[in-house]
Design a protein around this ligand. Structure first.
Ligand code: GA4
Length: 358
């Protein structure tokens, strides 16, 4: 019997949902009538999809365009320059420049990237967010470092605003319980630039009797999209992604359907991570997502801030979200323990399953 093959993934095609979109322009408003619909909508998006888009986020355009300019500048360098400048993603560290290989256990994708650790800046040093061992390796360090620092600082603020709204919406005692984890000076947050060059156009295989004298019209060149970054959830608390106008990102619904996310450079995409799923005792879901690459004329470039706790922070379901009807779903773990587990597994594995109580 022939094994039935599932159709190849397609770009920009698939089921369409109304992706929840949150307008943050009123986030500083203390009026309950304005705040409450806002946090209700975010909570609902985190329960339903673990994903939403944010508009009017308040991050200055120049902060974003400068980061984009510096990122493009980095990826335009030659391979050896990138390896030298970005540091090579070493055998023991995930940080630095990487090409096609993801993590340490054989995952690959059609991309190159730069993964940088961040540290929350001490008050008087405006250019200290990237840890210095990596930043020293990046050529034109000052411009690059400052672009990353300004960007991270602004986006961390957006992440904290969102987390505070979630705390409020969940009705937990201390609404800053999530944001204080990523504000911690020892926060293990990181920053990533992903660059997905377009695939080269391939001609469809010709039928055997095809000849140049054939009157049939030229076959349309098509290329099956390839996996840029395979299906996974992010391990951290919250991820904030911004991309240029090239498509490719898809999210997975609870029913297992893949939904293309139309790119919009003026918006942010927000992903619930595994740590937030654990802290909310499974009320929020960490969204599975992937990136497909097709033969476009332009590269896709995305930048992600991954908001994480400090390595020694304990992650456990908040008492307010545990009840006899909703008993503890996860055992407490430290962020360091969770990260170690994540790096011992494959990209697409469900690492939270290892911390389930039953
Ligand atoms: C996914 C989210 C972030 O990009 C990342 C990734 C990390 C890596 O690329 O080094 C991981 C991946 C991510 C999840 C499982 C592990 C770790 C590769 C991998 C196989 C930086 C992160 O924190 O987790």
């Amino acid at each position: 019997t022939k094994k039935k093959r599932s159709p190849p993934p397609q770009l920009g095609v698939g089921i369409n949902i109304n992706i929840p979109t949150i307008d943050l322009s009123c986030v500083d408003d203390h009026d309950h009538e304005i705040r409450s619909p806002l946090y209700r909508k975010i909570v609902q998006a985190c329960e339903e999809y673990g994903f939403f888009k944010v508009v009017n986020h308040g991050v200055p355009k120049e902060v974003i365009s400068t980061m984009e300019y510096q990122g493009n500048g980095f990826f335009t360098k030659t391979l050896s320059e990138k390896q030298q400048a970005g540091g090579r993603a070493a055998a023991t560290s995930p940080f630095g420049y990487g090409c096609k290989s993801i993590g340490f256990n054989g995952d690959t994708g059609e991309l190159e990237y730069l993964l940088l650790p961040t540290t929350n800046p001490p008050p008087h040093d405006s250019c200290s967010s990237i840890s210095s061992d990596i930043s020293q390796l990046i050529s034109s360090p000052n411009n690059f470092r400052c672009a990353v620092n300004d960007y991270i600082e602004a986006v961390r603020e957006v992440a904290c605003e969102i987390l505070d709204l979630l705390g409020e919406g969940l009705g937990v005692q201390n609404k800053s319980v999530f944001s204080k984890l990523i504000r911690d000076v020892q926060s293990d947050s990181c920053f990533r630039l992903n660059h997905y060059p377009p695939l080269k156009q391939q001609q469809q295989p010709q039928p055997p009797n095809y000849s140049i004298l054939s009157t049939s019209p030229n076959p349309k060149p098509t290329t099956t999209p390839r996996m840029g970054f395979g299906e996974h959830s992010d391990p951290q608390i919250l991820t904030i992604l911004r991309s240029n106008d090239v498509e490719g990102l898809q999210i997975c619904t609870r029913d297992g359907l893949w939904v293309p996310v139309p790119p919009d450079p003026s918006e942010f995409c927000v992903f619930v991570g595994d740590a937030l799923q654990a802290m909310t005792n499974g009320r929020f879901v960490s969204v599975r997502h992937r990136v497909l690459v097709a033969s476009s004329v332009k590269s896709r470039m995305s930048m992600m801030y991954f908001g994480a706790p400090s390595l020694n922070a304990w992650i456990s379901p908040l008492p307010e979200l545990v009840s006899p009807r909703k008993p503890f779903l996860y055992n407490p773990f430290t962020w360091s323990e969770f990260k170690k587990t994540a790096y011992s597994l494959r990209l697409g594995d469900s690492r939270l399953d290892f911390f389930k109580t039953h």
